[in-house]
Design a protein around this ligand. Structure first.
Ligand code: DHB
Ligand code: FE
Length: 282
């Protein structure tokens, strides 16, 4: 049976892609941000997952406002990265795991989640920047797992509630655990934390709220389901809705988790940048 080993979160700021391309990891601006990753690298080197389920939010590359799936799951043999105009290098395609993708889609639709299945899906910075952070050189890192992208709508309202996001993760866990092959799975929740890129509050970051979310998500994610979508936008900024991805990831980990590492640094570009590694098992 497939097994979820743990979950990892990170912000997915495009400027990070540029910092990686220009090898700025030790630059004083970037150093406190990149300091959050070596412990994650050690854990991945020890555990060597076969599959990475990358829960991210597409920003207009794979889907656009004209057609916006609430929840989409990739079922392709590979996922291409394309130029979004951020000036960051395009990465080579990421190999997929379509057998497990279809198993998850079938299980979750049976579980009454409405899923858009994607046999072709271009992946944006929300997907590739976290991959580069966790597997430097991605997709050419020697331990690069095969990927299953899951995108949720955080841009075109109405977006899912935090409760729906957590329940999505719980259903995802059931689907993964019923996959008959003995595969080790890691789940990423990317995006966030607080940020607002445009409008009157452009540049808004809420350190207290970010810290609260990072604390609660470990052992009491249910408390976060009480936050309404309006309150989330108010507290975390218009793009802080990307915290939905973290909740989807958390739901997939089950009740007992151990926090292995966390890092929080502000600002990186316009964003409160948070990184966490939660291992399954108490
Ligand atoms: C930034 C953050 C994001 O989540 C994003 O998708 C684009 C830009 C930023 O802080 O610059
Ligand atoms: Fe984003």
């Amino acid at each position: 049976m497939a097994r979820i080993l743990g979950g990892i979160t990170t912000s997915h700021i495009p400027a990070v892609g540029n910092a990686i391309a220009n090898e700025l990891q030790d630059d004083p601006y970037w150093k406190p941000f990149f300091a959050g990753y070596p412990k994650v690298h050690d854990w991945l080197a020890d555990t060597k997952p076969d599959i990475v389920i990358n829960i991210y939010n597409d920003h207009g590359l794979g889907f656009f406002l004209d057609k916006m799936p609430t929840f989409a799951i990739g079922a392709a043999h590979e996922y291409r990265n394309e130029d979004e105009g951020w000036g960051i290098p395009q990465l080579d395609p990421f190999p997929g795991a379509p057998e497990m993708s279809w198993h998850i889609i079938e299980g979750m639709v049976e579980d009454e989640f409405d899923i858009t299945s994607c046999q072709e899906l271009a992946v944006d910075h929300g997907f590739v920047v976290p991959m580069q952070l966790f597997w430097p050189g991605a997709p050419h890192h020697p331990d690069m797992p095969r990927a299953i992208p899951i995108s949720a709508n955080t841009v075109q309202h109405p977006i899912p509630t935090l409760n729906r996001a957590l329940n999505f993760g719980k259903s995802l866990r059931r689907a993964v655990e019923s996959f008959p092959e003995d595969l080790k799975v890691v789940v990423l929740g990317t995006g966030g934390l607080s940020h607002q890129l445009d409008g009157e509050r452009a540049g808004f970051i809420n350190k207290e709220f970010d810290r609260y979310c990072m604390d609660k998500i470990v052992h009491d994610p249910e408390a976060l389901t009480k936050i309404s979508r309006h309150e989330l936008v108010r507290q975390a900024g218009a793009q802080g809705t990307e915290f939905l991805m973290w909740m989807m990831m958390r739901g997939a980990l089950g009740d007992d988790v151990t926090e292995v590492t966390r890092n929080y640094h502000i600002p990186i570009s316009n964003t409160g940048a948070g990184t966490m590694l939660l291992e399954c098992g108490g």
